[in-house]
Design a protein. Structure first.
Length: 72
């Protein structure tokens, strides 16, 4: 099952934490992050870690429409 990864570019502050934690899933595009792979990702703990660590709370990970990241 694929995960859907989105970055709210209006909230993203370009800290680069997501690209450091999950370089195969995120890239800085100008001053903001965006997910690679068209926003689809194989289940990967590092993607959830990136969502958890985003200081702006800009990353959301969903599976079948249910939010699984960031985790509480």
């Amino acid at each position: 099952m694929a995960w859907r990864v989105t970055v709210d570019r209006g909230r993203c502050m370009g800290s680069g934490i997501c690209t450091s934690l999950a370089a195969s899933s995120f890239v800085l595009d100008g001053e903001r992050s965006r997910p690679l792979g068209g926003g689809e990702s194989a289940p990967d703990e590092t993607v959830l870690d990136a969502a958890d660590s985003c200081p702006a709370g800009a990353i959301t990970v969903t599976e079948e429409g249910r939010v699984i990241g960031p985790r509480d």
